[in-house]
Each structure stands twice: as C-alpha cells, then as structure tokens.
Ligand binder design. Structure first.
Ligand SMILES: NC(=O)C1=CN([C@@H]2O[C@H](COP(=O)(O)OP(=O)(O)OC[C@H]3O[C@@H](n4cnc5c(N)ncnc54)[C@H](OP(=O)(O)O)[C@@H]3O)[C@@H](O)[C@H]2O)C=CC1
Ligand SMILES: Nc1nc2c(c(=O)[nH]1)N=C([C@H](O)[C@@H](O)CO)CN2
Length: 229
C-alpha cells in the first residue's frame, strides 16, 4: 500500500468528492472529520473520527497515523466551518483553520518526510486577498492559513512542498435560495457554480508538479476582476 493521503473534512461535499477522485487514481485516503465518509465502494478510503477543535482528538489522530502507516504522501487541510461573525465564531474558526493545521503540520512532518514525494496543501479562500464584510472572522482565519503556507514551505523544504489553493465559489450551501445563488454567480466573470472540480484539478496539479512550494493556486472564476464583485 502506498503511503496514504490525509484529508481533513472529507465526510461531505468537496472533501468527499476529492477523496473519491484520489481513491479512483489509486491513492489510499484517510479522512479525518467528526462524521465518517460513507464510501463502501472505495475500500481505500478510511475514516478516523475526530473533532479537530479538540487538542486531544488531534493527538489521537497523530497517534493513529503513526501507529498504522510508515509514512504520509500528503496532508490536505480541507476541514472548515463557514460561520458568520457571531461572538464565539472567531475562536472556533481560528482553532479549525489555524491551530489544527499548525499543530498537525509540525507533528506529521516526520511521517511526510518518509515519502519520496510529499505535499501539504492548505485549502484557503480567495476572500483572504480582499476580505469579506459578511464573514470577517472566516476570511481572517483563512488568510492566516494561507500565510502559514509561506512559513511551512521554507521550514520544510526541500523534503516537503507546501502550497495553498484559493477557491472562489465551488458549491453553494444546499439551503441557498435562488436570489442568493443568482447574486453569487454574478460576482465572478465566469458566472456558473463549478462544483468541486476546480479544487480537485488543483490538488492533482500540486501533487504532480515538481517545482511549486510556497505558492497559491487561485480558482475563482475571475472574481478578482469583476467590477463591484
Ligand atoms: N463551498 C464553497 O463554495 C467554497 C469552499 N471553500 C473551502 O473549500 C473547502 C471545502 O468546502 P466545502 O466542501 O463547502 O466545506 P463544508 O463546510 O461543506 O465541509 C467542511 C468539512 O469540514 C469538516 N469539519 C467541520 N468541522 C470540523 C471539526 N471540528 N473537526 C473535523 N472536521 C470538521 C466537516 O466534516 P464533519 O462535519 O463531519 O466534521 C466537512 O467534511 C473548505 O475548506 C472551504 O472553506 C472555499 C471557497 C468556496
Ligand atoms: N467551509 C466552507 N467554506 C465555505 C463555504 C462552505 O460551504 N463551507 N461556502 C462558501 C461560499 O460558497 C462562498 O464561496 C460564496 O458565497 C465559502 N466558504
């Protein structure tokens, strides 16, 4: 068995579809999230139930990985909560988007270094380049996640490459109404809901390229150029 790819937050939506595509490509995938990934047709996807807001759960995840695998091919920090600016939400999203990736990168670097090629990928958000008046804390914590790519890329080179993916819209929430959907699509030059494919393609690019680290791959439909976007 090849060294697995750890994806945090692969129990649903983008992370789950990414896990399936990586499994189809022959990778062994470990999902770390509070709920398991229901993929009985893919035995090379396993789940380790963990709440990454809790230090003891992160420790249990690291212990599990060290006890069961000789190395790691990649770690993809996808777990996220898209919360509004409620009173406790900054702390919650800091824990998930910043604290968890920070500690997991430090603690899993030795396992990653055991692979001939190894990658860390931070799933960020293109709002980190321009802010978000409706999700200030979310954008700030995703910006911190993106900044850590620069530091870890330098610290872990040349054994481990560290890169960011900055999506714009991928998949709207299931309860999004038509007015919000229409308003959101118009914010980009490419006015459609792309689904998980742009992020999946960016992950495969980063896993296969030899000469990227400390970089960001933007997949936002040209939202940064849309006037009034
Ligand atoms: N959807 C979009 O349009 C966009 C998405 N992105 C980013 O892309 C990534 C995927 O997006 P999307 O699929 O929509 O994300 P979702 O919000 O649908 O899912 C996020 C995942 O994170 C996991 N998660 C949440 N809290 C915790 C926790 N405490 N411990 C462990 N895992 C947790 C969830 O699993 P569980 O509940 O089982 O724990 C879930 O699998 C995210 O990083 C997101 O910020 C960026 C821009 C746009
Ligand atoms: N963890 C999540 N992050 C984000 C989500 C989401 O559903 N979960 N959704 C968005 C929006 O689609 C936004 O890109 C457009 O309104 C952003 N981040």
């Amino acid at each position: 068995m090849n060294n697995p790819i750890l994806i945090t937050g692969a129990s649903q939506r983008v992370g789950l579809e990414l896990a399936i595509e990586l499994a189809k490509a022959g990778h062994f995938v470990v999902n770390a999230s509070r709920n398991i990934a229901h993929t009985p047709e893919y035995p090379n996807i396993v789940s380790f139930q963990t709440d990454l807001l809790l230090a003891e759960d992160r420790t249990a995840l690291v212990s599990y990985l060290k006890a069961n695998y000789p190395g790691l091919r990649a770690v993809i920090h996808n777990a996220s909560l898209w919360l509004d600016d409620g009173v406790d939400n900054l702390n919650t999203m800091f824990k998930l988007h910043v604290e968890a990736p920070y500690h997991l990168n430090h603690e899993l670097a030795p396992l990653l270094a055991k692979s001939e090629k190894s990658d860390i990928i931070h799933i960020c958000d293109e709002t980190s380049t321009r802010g978000s008046k409706s999700h200030i804390a979310y954008a700030a914590t995703k910006a911190a996640l993106q900044n850590m790519v620069l530091s870890f890329a330098e610290k872990l080179a040349p054994d481990i490459r560290v890169n960011a993916i900055l999506p714009g819209l991928l998949i709207l929430k299931e309860n999004s109404d038509e007015a919000y959907r229409s308003q959101t699509l118009k914010k980009a030059l490419l006015e459609f809901e792309p689904g998980s494919r742009p992020l999946i393609d960016a992950v495969f690019y980063l896993l296969n390229t030899q000469y990227s680290t400390g970089s960001s791959v933007v997949v936002n439909g040209g939202r940064h150029l849309k006037k009034g976007g």
